[in-house]
Ligand binder design. Structure first.
Ligand SMILES: [Zn+2]
Length: 475
């Protein structure tokens, strides 16, 4: 019977080993410094911050990563003023304690002080919602090392530009309670109050919304700035980017030193601008227009931005207005290509008056877009002279505006020695036949679609005669 005795032998050995190990723990290693620490169930203080290196610790995640020995070494150090961990919410010093199960937790050095400050982590306070916890965690992260560096870069950038008053930078670590109404950097631009807030890793929509409302009510413009372009910005930074009309700002070493050298505050500005481009496929052999988002990034002087205190935006273009312009350009091209202006006339009828005028408007927009883009939009071929001739033959009422467009810096130029005389003839013909009233609706529409040109002034330049007629009429 070899088998049973073999089993018995193994059994004895296992029993013996267990007994041996148990004895060793009980008698020699009652406390194991290498064992991982355990966190007390539901600790009051959820986040603590090191007040010197500004690292914020999420207590329930951090304690279980530490060995018991490390924590017992740390405990007496926390009583030392030189190494102050503070509560992320109220900024009061905290102690590391352990309960009867030897599970660890942080508690305020002075519960009285935490109570007086209304700390959300004081013992006996109501449980916080995940959103409230997120906001406190977020605050802790913002106050980290990268955040301090970014504040210093903003400070240098603003100091470079004489239009900003001396920036006030908050340099001391701020608790959640005191922090959120103390902006990172405060200044004024030509007398108007502006605050800059640094955004490092996470955007909490509630924080952004709350602060935006606060500063709007106080007549101050709040500008969020990042310390680098995020690699996954589309999801991570979407809130700030969209709230600011598709513009996002970064300060870094390069933008700061260029600002200092040029004595102008520059922000690295990422933006997505909607634009019209020729359709990739021709329809009826002609190019139409379609909307496209163009990605742009570069250093932009602060003075070039439009500041909107009501919307709390700092932008190079008005997104809403651009979208409207684009929609109309796209519709004009489609209407002109199909010689069907019903939809366009329903939109513009009050301004243009007649469907003939609406069609002339659609043709004019296609002519201007052709000159601007350098490709024939709905027109058969692209040459400025052909476009002028086509408008002259069919839509004489708007020819003057094509001539104005041709004189603008953004327009393609006529490359012909005979052009000068032809242009003179065109102008003379225009002035014989036209009166100012006919131009008024088109000036209104052009000023909306191409605000970079002052169409009224350009019209006076091109037809001084019409000006004198007007004077004669008023006598
Ligand atoms: Zn506290």
């Amino acid at each position: 019977m070899l088998w049973p005795s073999y089993r018995a032998g193994v059994g004895w050995k296992l029993k013996h080993l267990k007994f041996h190990n148990k004895m060793a723990i009980d008698t020699q290693l009652r406390f194991d410094p290498d064992a991982l620490a355990q966190v007390a169930k539901d600790p009051c203080v959820k986040f603590v911050t090191h007040s010197i290196n500004h690292q914020t610790i999420e207590v329930e995640k951090w304690i279980p990563t530490k060995k018991k020995g490390e924590l017992y070494i740390l405990r007496p150090k926390l009583r030392d003023r030189a190494n102050p961990y503070v509560c992320t919410a109220c900024g009061e010093p905290v102690l590391l304690k352990s309960n009867q199960h030897h599970h660890h937790f942080f508690s305020h050095l002075s519960e009285q002080a935490a109570n007086n400050l209304g700390c959300p982590f004081r013992s006996g306070s109501k449980a916080l919602t995940p959103e409230e916890l997120d906001r406190i965690r977020y605050h802790g992260q913002r106050e980290g090392v990268r955040h301090i560096r970014a504040k210093a870069l903003i400070d240098r950038t603003l100091r470079a530009d004489a239009n900003f008053t001396e920036p006030i930078v908050d340099k001391v670590w701020k608790s959640f309670i005191e922090g959120w109404r103390k902006p990172d950097v405060r200044t004024t631009w030509l007398g108007d109050p502006i605050v800059f807030e640094v955004q490092i890793s996470n955007t909490y929509p509630s924080v952004v919304a709350e602060r935006t409302n606060f500063y709007r009510d106080n007549g101050t413009l709040l500008i969020w700035v990042f310390d680098k372009l995020p690699s996954e910005w589309r999801t991570l930074h979407a809130d700030t980017f969209c709230a600011n009309g598709q513009h996002l700002f970064v300060v870094d070493e390069e933008s700061t030193s260029v600002s200092e050298n040029s004595r102008k505050a520059l922000l690295r500005t990422y933006r997505l601008k909607p634009e019209v481009v020729p359709t990739s496929n021709k329809i009826k052999g002609r190019l139409l227009l379609e909307r496209q988002l163009t990605e742009m990034i570069g250093l932009v002087p602060f003075e070039e931005f439009q500041r909107n205190y009501e919307k709390q935006t700092l932008t190079l273009f008005n997104l809403e207005a651009e979208e409207k312009r684009i929609a109309q350009k796209v519709l004009c091209a489609r209407s002109y290509a199909n010689l069907d202006v019903n939809e366009l006339h329903a939109q513009l009828g009050k301004i243009t008056g007649t469907k003939d005028n609406t069609l002339a408007w659609a043709a004019l927009v296609c002519a201007i877009e052709s000159l601007r883009i350098g490709k024939p939009i709905v027109f058969k071929d692209f040459s400025p002279i052909q476009i002028v001739n086509a408008i002259h033959d069919h839509y004489q009422g708007v020819l003057v505006f094509v001539l104005i467009a041709l004189s603008q810096t953004w327009s393609a130029k006529v490359n012909s020695s005979k052009w000068s005389k032809r242009e003179q003839d065109f102008r003379r013909a225009l002035l014989r036949n036209k009166t100012d009233e006919q131009f008024i609706p088109f000036i209104k529409l052009l000023s909306r679609l191409y605000p970079e040109t002052d169409w009224e002034i350009e019209l006076r330049k091109i037809s001084p005669l019409s000006n004198s007629q007007e004077k004669a009429a008023s006598h």
